[in-house]
Design a protein around this ligand. Structure first.
Ligand code: NAP
Length: 219
């Protein structure tokens, strides 16, 4: 299997748990993948080879270098928006282009992309975080679109968007005061939740959006 964004808090925990269960994991992250060199995704997929049981995209961007999620429309910024969409929407799409053809055929295989509940349009009552929300909504639409094509090309394969819940990583650090006490998962606990959801997905779930407890999330 391959985990893209394996240097991150959740990505590394997903890889650790998979290895503890005996899987062979190719950990993919920068500088091995570089969005300034889109072909780097193809190179990573070639290194992973064919017949993959699982591909997980755990890369994502919420804040970096003093830039954070917008609190209002006055904070919308061209370069930050583009960078957020590049990491949260374009990277998973390029990963799909490179890795979906390498999923094993004739038996169950899963491509999962970590999305976020705030990408749900139906669930958006608070506003704010414009770029992150919109880039995850775009990711969700990509997953749905890819699922239609995947069903034709590799009927045993499944693609899904997953929400890990609030997880104690560098990404969530500045925002953890908003998480009710006792509801912040360690990366190891979150990885256990996510593997349980991934293991439970069947073909009828392909193209869906699921939370850490397996519950479907409205678009
Ligand atoms: N933590 C949460 O509470 C939470 C909640 C909902 C959804 N999620 C989603 O879960 C996923 C994992 O989040 P996390 O908490 O594990 O975040 P994290 O610890 O910040 O890890 C982010 C990962 O994304 C990679 N990445 C960022 N920018 C990149 C770029 N330009 N090119 C390639 N890789 C890049 C990072 O690589 P580098 O190490 O090279 O920077 C790292 O591997 C994300 O999609 C996030 O949106 C997280």
């Amino acid at each position: 299997m391959a985990i893209i964004g394996a240097s991150g808090g959740i990505g590394s925990a997903l890889a650790d748990l998979a290895e503890a269960r005996g899987a062979e994991v190719l950990r993919v992250s920068r500088p091995g993948i570089d969005l300034d060199r889109p072909e780097s995704l193809e190179e990573a997929a070639a290194a992973a080879g064919d017949g993959l049981s699982h591909v997980i995209v755990a890369a994502g961007l919420l804040h970096r270098d003093g830039h954070g999620p917008e609190r209002g429309w006055h904070e919308l910024d061209h370069d930050w928006m583009v960078e957020t969409f590049r990491v949260n929407s374009v990277l998973p799409a390029l990963a799909a282009r490179a890795f979906l053809p390498r999923l094993r055929r004739g038996e169950r295989a899963v491509f999962a992309a970590l999305s976020a509940r705030v990408g749900s349009i139906a669930d958006n009552r608070l506003g704010g975080w414009h770029s992150y929300r919109a880039s995850k909504a775009a990711l969700n639409q990509l997953v749905r679109t890819l699922a239609v094509e995947l069903a034709r090309r590799n009927p045993q394969a499944i693609i899904a968007a997953l929400h890990p819940g609030p997880v104690d990583t560098g990404m969530s650090k500045p925002f953890q005061r908003n998480v009710p006490a006792g509801q912040l998962f360690t990366p190891a606990v979150a990885a256990g939740h996510l593997w349980r959801v991934i293991d439970g997905l069947d073909r009828s779930d392909s193209g869906g959006f699921f939370a850490w407890d397996g519950a479907p999330i409205p678009w």
